[in-house]
Design a protein around this ligand. Structure first.
Ligand SMILES: NC(=O)c1ccc[n+]([C@@H]2O[C@H](COP(=O)([O-])OP(=O)(O)OC[C@H]3O[C@@H](n4cnc5c(N)ncnc54)[C@H](O)[C@@H]3O)[C@@H](O)[C@H]2O)c1
Length: 445
C-alpha cells in the first residue's frame, strides 16, 4: 500500500524564498527610536512592513506620515505609506498574518535598578499567542544574557512547533546611534544568534537583505552578550574619562588637552570625553542588565558597579563646580539666575531619557537658584513635576544669567556668543572658546 499522506511543508525553504523575494510580511513590534528606523529600512528595501505599537498617539501620527524620530524624515515615511510598503497599527491581530516578527520594545530598569523585562514579556506573549509554523521571530531589545532562550523559547515552543524546522527564533541586537548621520541602521553590521543553526541562517538571511554585513554567532546568548559588552565598554570608558577629568582638576590641568594629546597616537587608544554624567536608554541601563544576571550567578561585576558609581557622581561634581564658581564671584546658589544650555542626554537629539540635566536642575532649584534652559530639540521640560522656563539663547538672556551652564553640546548653539556675553560660564563639554575679554569667567569640566 502506498503512503498517501502529503509531503510535510518545508517551512525553511518557503520562508527563505519569501525573504529573498522581499515578499515576506514583516511586523516590527515597538515603533520607537529603534523599531521605526528598522521598519523604514525594511520598507525601503521593498518589504511590506507593519509597525505595531501600543501608543495610540504615536500610531496615529505615524499612520498620517508624521515621524517622531529625527533620523526618519516624515517625507520618507509619507512616501512609504503612499507606496503601501509601510503601515502603523495598534491591532496585534496583524501578528497572525506576519511571516517575520521583530521585537523592539523598551528594556528599562525597575525602581531597584533591576531589569524591567515586562515589555519584552508582554510583546512576546502577544506574538506567541498568534504564532504559526513558518514564522521567524527576532528579539532586538537589549537584554540580559539568556533572555531569548529562557523567556522567549518556552513561549514560542509551546505554541509553534519545532524550533529550527517549523519556527525560527533568534536574537539580533540593535546597534544604532540616534543622531549619527554617518552610521544609520542600514550601514551597521548585524550580529545574529539563532536558537538553532537554521534559526541563525534564517535571521542572517533576513538582515542580509538590508545591511552590508551579518556576523553569525553560535547562540542567542553570545549575541546578547556582544551588545552588552559594547555598551559596558562605552560606559566604563566614559567613567574613566570622567574620573580622569576630576583628577586633572586637582592637578590644575585641562583634561581635554591631555586627552587630545593622547588621541594623536594612531593605535591602541580611542578618545572618550568627560561630561556631566551619562544618559539615554542604553549606556547607563544596559550594563546593569549584565551585573544583575551576574549577581544571580554569584558574581559581582566590579567594573560595571565602579563605572556606574563614577558616572552617577558627575552631576554632584558639576554642582560643586557651579557652587565654587558662583562663590568666587561673590554669589550664592540662592537667588542665582542659571541658564542651562542643553538638556538632552547627548548632542543633536531631543532624547532626555536618563539625562543628567534632570538631577542637576532639580538640585539647583532645591538650593534656591532660578533656572531657565535652552535646547533646540526639547521644547518643554518638567523637572520634579514643575516646568522649567524655556528661553532662546539671546544676548540679553546670556547677559542676564549669573551663570551659563553648558550641559549638552548641541551644534546649534553659538558658543562664540556664549563666550562673548556670558558673565560666568561652566562648560561641561569643552565647547565654549577661551574668553578674549576680561569681563567673564569660564570654568571647564
Ligand atoms: N534608543 C537607542 O539608541 C537604542 C539603540 C540600540 C538598542 N536599543 C534598545 O532597543 C530597545 C527599544 O528601545 P527604543 O529606544 O526604541 O525605545 P522607545 O521607548 O523609543 O520605543 C519603544 C516603543 O515600544 C512600544 N511598546 C512597548 N510595549 C509594546 C508592546 N507590548 N507592543 C507594541 N509596542 C510596544 C512603546 O509604545 C514605544 O513606542 C531597548 O531594548 C533599547 O535598549 C535602543
Amino acid at each position: 500500500m502506498s503512503d498517501t499522506s502529503p509531503d510535510p511543508i518545508d517551512h525553511a525553504t518557503t520562508l527563505s524564498r519569501l525573504i529573498a523575494t522581499h515578499t515576506a510580511r514583516l511586523t516590527i513590534i515597538g515603533q520607537g527610536y529603534v523599531g521605526l528606523p528598522l521598519a523604514v529600512e525594511f520598507a525601503k528595501g521593498g518589504f511590506p512592513v507593519t509597525g505595531l505599537d501600543t501608543d495610540r498617539d504615536r500610531v496615529t501620527a505615524l499612520a498620517t506620515g508624521r515621524s517622531h524620530v529625527p533620523d526618519v524624515p516624515s517625507e520618507e515615511l509619507q512616501a512609504l505609506l503612499k507606496a503601501g510598503r509601510y503601515r502603523a497599527t495598534t491591532d496585534a491581530a496583524v501578528l497572525a498574518d506576519s511571516d517575520v516578527i521583530v521585537i523592539c520594545v523598551p528594556t528599562p530598569l525597575g525602581k531597584s535598578k533591576d531589569p524591567d523585562i515586562s515589555y519584552v514579556t508582554t510583546a512576546s506573549k502577544e506574538a506567541a499567542s498568534r504564532v504559526h509554523p513558518g514564522q521567524l521571530i527576532v528579539l532586538e531589545s537589549t537584554t540580559y544574557p539568556g533572555t531569548t532562550e529562557e523567556l522567549l523559547l518556552p513561549l514560542f515552543q509551546a505554541n509553534g512547533g519545532t524550533i529550527g524546522e517549523d519556527l525560527f527564533l533568534a536574537f539580533s541586537p540593535e546597534r544604532i546611534d540616534p543622531g549619527n548621520a554617518a552610521f544609520k541602521v542600514g550601514d551597521i553590521p548585524k550580529v545574529v544568534g539563532g536558537v538553532t543553526p537554521a534559526c541563525s541562517r534564517m535571521a542572517a538571511g533576513l538582515y542580509g537583505e538590508i545591511v552590508p554585513r551579518v556576523h553569525e554567532v553560535s547562540t542567542p546568548k553570545v549575541a546578547e552578550l556582544a551588545k552588552l559588552y559594547e555598551n559596558v565598554f562605552r560606559n566604563v570608558n566614559i567613567a574613566l574619562a570622567n574620573e580622569f577629568s576630576v583628577m586633572c582638576r586637582y592637578l590644575g590641568v585641562d583634561s581635554r588637552e591631555v586627552i587630545d594629546a593622547a588621541a594623536t597616537k594612531p593605535f591602541g587608544f580611542m578618545p572618550f570625553y568627560p561630561g556631566p554624567g551619562i544618559g539615554g536608554h542604553c549606556i547607563p541601563v544596559d550594563p546593569l542588565y549584565l551585573s544583575w544576571k551576574m549577581r544571580l550567578n554569584g558574581y559581582q561585576a566590579r567594573f560595571i558597579s565602579l563605572a556606574d558609581d563614577i558616572n552617577h557622581s558627575m552631576p554632584g561634581h558639576v554642582l560643586s563646580l557651579v557652587g565654587e564658581a558662583l562663590n568666587d564671584s561673590g554669589l550664592a546658589f540662592k537667588g542665582a539666575r542659571i541658564l542651562v544650555l542643553g538638556v538632552a542626554y547627548k548632542r543633536g537629539i531631543g532624547d532626555t531619557r536618563e539625562s543628567p540635566a534632570f538631577e542637576i536642575i532639580a538640585a539647583l532649584r532645591r538650593k534656591g537658584a532660578e533656572v531657565s534652559y535652552a535646547d533646540p530639540h526639547v521644547p518643554a521640560l518638567w523637572v520634579d513635576g514643575a516646568p522649567i522656563k524655556a528661553v532662546d539663547v539671546t544676548k540679553d538672556e546670556l547677559e542676564r544669567a549669573d551663570c551659563v551652564l553648558v550641559l549638552t553640546d548641541h551644534p546649534e548653539f553659538d558658543y562664540a556668543a556664549v563666550a562673548q556675553h556670558g558673565r560666568l560660564i561652566v562648560d561641561t563639554r569643552h565647547r565654549v572658546p577661551s574668553l578674549t575679554h576680561g569681563r567673564g569667567r569660564l570654568v571647564r569640566l
